[in-house]
Design a binder for this molecule. Structure first.
Ligand code: ZN
Ligand code: ZN
Length: 142
């Protein structure tokens, strides 16, 4: 799998480094995690990688489009390596769990605005809010 990440980095003209590979691997295995979790995951496998290095890598990968930063209202920013497919997220109001939801009609930008006010729309950000199965179960059994 590492070679896939190397190819991804080269495709956006980023140098292949151990911290960058580690962050991409962490996000592949753990989508929708916050910065602190990324740091913990990376440092578990690579103790010499500093916290600041992870911050820098997240910023570089996000700027390059290899990582997507998502920030639902009132939640901390999360990161994921699934990019470019215009997918959406369902967020639990109780515990903040996030899951992927495929594009509403299968083609970006998903929603044709009733009135686009003359803007050229290329993306529709959709967040579904609700209660995840775990929290629903906890609520019922209370
Ligand atoms: Zn929940
Ligand atoms: Zn996602």
């Amino acid at each position: 799998m590492a070679s896939d990440f190397e190819a991804q980095l080269r495709a956006v003209s980023l140098r292949v480094t151990k911290p960058r590979l580690a962050v991409l691997a962490a996000l592949r295995d753990h989508p929708h995690v916050d910065t602190d979790t990324v740091i913990a995951l990376v440092r578990a496998g690579h103790p010499t990688v500093s916290q600041q290095a992870v911050y820098d890598v997240l910023r570089a990968l996000t700027d390059a489009g290899l990582v997507r930063r998502i920030q639902p209202a009132r939640a901390t920013a999360r990161y994921e390596a699934r990019v470019g497919d215009n997918h959406h997220h369902v967020v639990c109001r109780v515990c903040g769990a996030i899951a992927d939801v495929d594009c509403v009609v299968g083609e970006a930008p998903c929603l044709t605005a009733a009135d686009d006010h003359g803007f050229v729309v290329d993306e529709a950000e959709v967040v579904y809010w609700g209660t995840c199965p775990d929290c629903t179960t906890a609520r019922i059994s209370q």
